[in-house]
Design a binder for this molecule. Sequence first.
Ligand SMILES: [Zn+2]
Length: 477
Amino acid sequence: MTRSRFVAAVRSALCVVLLATLYGYPAQAQYAVANKATPDAYDWNNRPPDPRFKADILVVVAHPDDEIMVAAYLAREIYDHHKRVAVVFQNPGDGGNNQVGPEQAAALGDIRQIEGHTAVASLGITNVWFLNGHDTASQNVLTSLEHCGHGGCLDQLVRIVRITRPSVILTWLPDFTTGENHADHQAAGVLATEAFDLAGDPTVFSEQVSPAIHPDVAMNMTEALRPWQPEKIYYVYNPTHDIFDGQGPQYSSHDVSPSRHESYGMLAAKEVSHHVTQGGGEVTKAIANGTAETNPEELTKLAMQPVKFIFGKSLVPSGVTDDVFAGVVPEGVPFQRAPGYTAVKYSEPTLLIGDPWAFYQKLWQAHGLEHLKKLVPLEISIHTNGVFYIPLIIQNPLDHAIDVNLSAQAPAQWKVRPLSPLSVPAHAQYYARVTADAPSTKLPGWQQFSVTAESGGKSLGTIPIRVELSNGWVAPQ
Ligand SMILES: [Zn+2]
């Protein structure tokens, strides 16, 4: 190499080093990057989930104001145990009453959605979703599931479980009892129970858990969520008699928050006072005049009462009455398949209670909740002057039709409508019902009914069911 060529080569090398320095990486690295494949945005699917939406507790209730059932407990967990909470409402409460203005139906639903957001925001909860349900005036959970489009609502809720990745779900009891017994409350409990068992299964709503094809651009049609298995589920309810003893943990609302210096019940009362269309104004007055602890008005009473849970199930070691977070592991647990439904084989003609009670018996079996069978006997609230239907199923596994006679025992003041003999075809599941007209005045205590079926002198069984007569608000059966 001549001296001039040597100088040119040195100048050239210095130039490369200078340019490389200007662009922020050394010459060797420049060579390496130039030969590396372009990074694939598909890798974005491997980013960790958005931490802003992680919840320790997911509350799944029906209407804005239902969260009052757990508000005192949420105040305890949020303020003093630093738990993250998200809330799902099954519907906007568009069939409720309005204690403020003329707005009704969908307009009321719009207003109650804002009340719901504002109320839970008073406890610091901002992750709130509404499913596509609508208020349903019924005690029959199946009507509410129909009204919300069961599959659509479940799709929505499974997605929210996968976004929020909760350790614990708190929801309404999936059961039929006396009291308010709102179909939507029960439907929220059914949906939450189903979502608990399905969100960890990648074959359920699989489009939610498939990676996005082009995550760096818009209009992806798969969601890139991951399956998630919650660890525990607990239920709340407001029946007319106490069904909670020994069924789960209970938390006093009189306990004073060490960080907020007021009772959890008072924090709950302040939360529910935002539901002004639902009587929140009365709660505000009771707080202002110092009578919240003793106020008989419904919302204030619910805020101040102890929060009583019914144990649903736990996939981590936990006793029935242990603390809600006993056994919870922050990293989550593997998917655990629920037992599923198994059809009962009948060898003899048999009388059974019909829906919605029959539905619950199958639901509990399918989701490993058979302990709920023993929680309450068959019972219902019926309004004075109302009509009571006892739905029945007659299973006939025989190869021939059978003639069946139904008879009903009822309290004297009730009028049981005449029952006709039935012909039940071979291998049939036959539907029938007994109808009774309620007395016009409230009678104290349980009204005991029983229905018996017989065929050819042989009993097919007896169904006992009890009724609480009410002259308050009762949804149609
Ligand atoms: Zn409600």
